[in-house]
Design a binder for this molecule. Structure first.
Ligand SMILES: [Zn+2]
Length: 372
């Protein structure tokens, strides 16, 4: 931490995320950011001055990375509710993945605004948490994987513009952080580290893909347990960061590698995420932690509230107080897992640990990443 700078982390959010407009069938039509905020507030973890409500990024700010024509199309889709079929095809819009919807510009632009605010707040040193961020699949001129814009790319570009380098990007999401890796291909000022499930969409991020020296990838076979995630943290991520000496770290903490997530085949408890965040806390003078994927509302909110606890040294209670439990019991989720939710999704924040053997394939990934 840089001396003289307040050490209390900030939490960036927005009321924009309180209304869902993706449509009922979309995996993101669940409360995630608002539930995380409300859970932290109910637990007394948001002190006065901690919470920052953010504004959407401007078109000029988005154009630091995105194609102006594409930005205009996203705005037009939000305004009119419809787009020409050829235009939608060109920008990968209009299907269930990236639907045309009433806040298709406002929501992602606000996530970018939050990340730019985070960069501003950490410029002199410190930590910011922005669970709305982490839209790592967004491409320069097209949407991908529920991501219309790419806030990590724009945030890292802003850090670099301010002379803050090198920057480490650490992606914990179930899916490879392809959009971020592609944007910084061969850039010696950025190192993109991504732990993701092997054999899964977007099918990039193989172990030998180093993006011209600016990336290391950890495609872990399905079934990753807490011990394996810890192993990669200690045996690969920390040594790589020690070599780099980052002036800032941007973490994408997508919660879809949790065992309770419906999307993937990984088997992590939220304790493993919390330990990984703790590991990354004092490696660099500046830390931005964003969200990402995560499609079980209870699992996401419990995991992400716990990340804020790690960042602020708050103590996670064994059993949640009544008000927090009531908050979690109000949530509904239209999936089979949501119809008979286990009681501990309401009564605890921490999952039961999920340790296990560290498979040779996982050790091999660490060795490959450290090899010259
Ligand atoms: Zn994901």
């Amino acid at each position: 931490m840089i001396s003289g700078v307040s050490t209390r982390p900030r939490f960036i959010g927005s009321d924009v995320y309180r209304r869902s407009t993706y449509g009922e069938r979309h995996p993101l039509s669940i409360p995630r950011v608002p539930l995380t905020i409300d859970l932290c507030r109910t637990l007394g973890w948001l002190h006065p001055g901690d919470y920052v409500e953010c504004a959407p990024a401007s078109v000029a700010e988005l154009a630091r990375f995105h194609d102006p024509d594409y930005i205009a199309v996203v705005q037009q889709g939000e305004r009119t509710g419809q787009l020409d079929i050829e235009v939608m095809r060109r920008h990968n819009l209009g299907k269930l993945e990236n639907p045309v919807h009433p806040t298709m510009f406002l929501r992602p632009a606000t996530a970018v605004g939050a990340t730019l605010r985070a960069v501003d707040l950490v410029a002199g040193g410190g930590t910011v948490y922005s669970p709305a961020g982490g839209t790592h699949h967004g491409q320069r001129d097209r949407a991908a994987g529920f991501c219309y814009f790419n806030d990590p790319v724009i945030g890292i570009l802003d850090l670099l513009d301010r002379g803050i380098a090198p920057v480490a990007y650490v992606d914990l999401d179930l899916h490879h952080g392809d959009g971020v890796e592609a944007a910084f291909h061969g850039d010696p000022r950025v190192l993109c580290l991504s732990i993701h499930e092997a054999g899964r969409w977007p099918h990039t991020g193989q172990a030998d893909d180093r993006a011209g020296g600016s990336a290391r990838n950890f495609p872990v076979p399905p079934g990753m347990n807490d011990s394996e995630f810890d192993y990669l943290g200690e045996a690969a991520i920390l040594p790589l960061l020690a070599r780099l000496g980052p002036q800032a770290i941007f973490v994408q903490a997508g919660a879809d590698a949790l065992a309770d997530d419906p999307m993937g085949g990984q088997q992590l408890s939220n304790l493993a995420y919390w330990r990984m965040i703790a590991r990354l806390q004092d490696v660099s003078p500046r830390l931005i932690v964003a969200g990402g994927g995560g499609y079980n509302p209870w699992a996401v909110a419990r995991c992400w509230a716990g990340i804020w606890a790690v960042l602020t040294d708050a103590v996670v209670p064994q059993r949640l107080p009544d008000a927090a439990e009531a908050l979690l019991r109000q949530v509904t989720w239209n999936r089979s897992q949501g119809r008979n939710p286990p009681q501990h999704w309401f009564t605890t924040l921490a999952d039961a640990p999920r340790p296990g053997p560290v498979r040779e394939a996982v050790k091999h990934l660490a060795d490959l990443a450290l090899a010259p």
